[in-house]
Ligand binder design. Structure first.
Ligand code: UDX
Length: 430
């Protein structure tokens, strides 16, 4: 099929490359000329495993093109809307200016009979508001939310665990079935519903995941007060199939470009709709999550005789999660900045996210390797569970640090192994 993707950020670039991989003829459109130039040469503007290969293959096969000119997308049978919906500074609501601008750009070039499929995460009610703009041009709108996780974005796009179509007309579902024929043939469940439900599926899924993480982090707080071990607790409750072990890892909490902003935007939308009370618990979810960052700072002070000022602290990890260079709302970067603000001599490292972190916190001291970050450190703080940090050997690390103190902000190390090597080990909720 002939497909366009408006917005070539994380979601759009991955979607465009994946659609070309499925054999479609794809053009990606974005207002950012530098991004379009890089993508057009097959370069990924951010770190995502597998994306460079996919881009290169797509561009080389000529099935994948990029442009800053919406007119280059006029031929498309399906236009995907994949622009960002950032958080508004004051209200926490989603800022829809890019969505509105993209719909206007599509409306100006769309052919009658084409389908526009929204993938961006939007407040419920957005699709119903936008549909008439496209219908006036003889085109239709569907809402087809995306559930991709950074680090697994291609897998999640090519082999999603479900497809959700919000449509005003069942015939539009058949068009999306053609786009996703490969996944459907592989048995991917598909739910065809109305606009509002499709929009809500996305935000409620993220609200649920955020709640699950904050639930276990609340149990970490209780564990800290009682001497219990939240990791064993999670293992035990996770064996109940109704609960499940995934997303029950206690630690420094969630961050990234989705969960934090989505739960705030969801609350703001519920307030507007007069049903704010229904989502009051999400304020608590947010508050528990942010408290974990301060907890790391407090434990650091405890381990360093009450004060972090003037102490050398090595921070391992800056990305909001492993296999990503994304530092948006990253708990790791936030903790590093908090420790620096208290006068600690912080040196941070990350396999991929040092550049993005420096663009946000320009005066952050960084080092390219664990050894360099940890040299002469009084304390090591692990905040993003990259494989190479999980595999650290206590003796080897202890050979370069000044003190043997470690905070395991993701509860991924074996406490006994570190203690046996003479380290003062502290997890979160262990
Ligand atoms: C999330 C959703 O998973 C995805 O479906 C949606 O489309 C976009 O938002 P992503 O932001 O890539 O994806 O990250 P995810 O893997 O969900 O992790 C979010 C955050 O939660 C990370 O900071 C991670 O470290 C944290 N997390 C996750 C925990 O603290 N504990 C856990 O048990 C799981």
């Amino acid at each position: 099929m002939r497909i366009s993707v408006f917005g070539c950020g994380y979601l759009g670039a991955v979607h465009a490359a994946s659609m070309a991989e499925l054999g479609h003829d794809v053009v990606g459109v974005d207002v950012d000329a530098a991004k379009i130039a890089a993508l057009g040469e097959g370069h990924a503007p951010f770190f995502e495993p597998g994306l460079p290969d996919l881009l290169e293959r797509g561009v080389r096969s000529r099935r994948l093109r990029f442009s800053t000119d919406p007119a280059d997308a006029a031929d498309a049978e399906v236009h995907f809307l994949a622009v960002g919906t950032p958080q508004s500074e004051e209200s926490g609501a989603a800022d829809l200016r890019y969505v509105d601008a993209a719909v206007e750009a599509i409306a100006a070039i769309v052919r009658p009979g084409a389908l526009v499929a929204g993938k961006s995460t939007v407040p419920v009610g957005t699709a119903a508001r936008l549909a008439p703009i496209l219908e006036a041009r003889g085109a239709k709108l569907a809402w087809n939310p995306e559930f991709l996780r950074e680090g697994f974005a291609i897998e999640d796009t090519l082999r999603p665990d479900r497809l959700v179509y919000g449509v005003s007309d069942d015939a539009d579902a058949a068009v999306l079935d053609e786009v996703y024929a490969t996944a459907i043939e592989a048995g991917t469940p598909r739910i065809v519903t109305d606009y509002a439900t499709a929009e809500l599926v996305k935000v409620s899924a993220n609200a649920f995941l955020a709640t699950k993480i904050s639930f276990i982090n609340a149990m970490a707080e209780i564990s800290e007060a009682t001497g219990a071990d939240v990791t064993s607790l999670a293992d035990a409750i996770g064996l109940d199939a109704r609960i499940g072990r995934r997303f029950l890892n206690a630690g420094v909490g969630f961050g990234g470009g989705c969960l934090p902003k989505d739960i705030r935007a969801f609350q703001a939308r519920a307030d507007e709709l007069g049903v704010g009370e229904s989502l009051h618990f999400l304020r608590e979810v947010d508050a528990i999550n942010l408290r974990r960052r301060q907890r790391v700072v407090d434990v650091a002070a405890e381990l360093l005789d009450g004060d972090v000022a003037g102490k050398r602290i090595a921070v391992l990890g800056l990305a909001f999660k492993p296999d990503s260079d994304d530092v948006r709302d990253s708990p790791a970067l936030d903790v590093a900045a908090r420790l620096s603000a208290l006068g600690a001599d912080v040196v941070a490292t990350d396999p991929e996210a040092i550049g993005p972190a420096l663009r946000r916190v320009a005066d952050l001291a960084t080092a390219p390797t664990v050894e360099e970050a940890a040299r002469d450190a009084d304390l090591v703080v692990l905040l993003t569970e990259w494989r190479e940090y999980r595999d650290l050997e206590p003796e080897r690390l202890g050979a370069v640090t000044r003190g043997r103190r470690i905070i395991d902000g993701r509860n991924v190390l074996q406490p006994q192994a570190w203690r046996n090597a003479g380290w003062e080990y502290r997890g979160l909720g262990r």
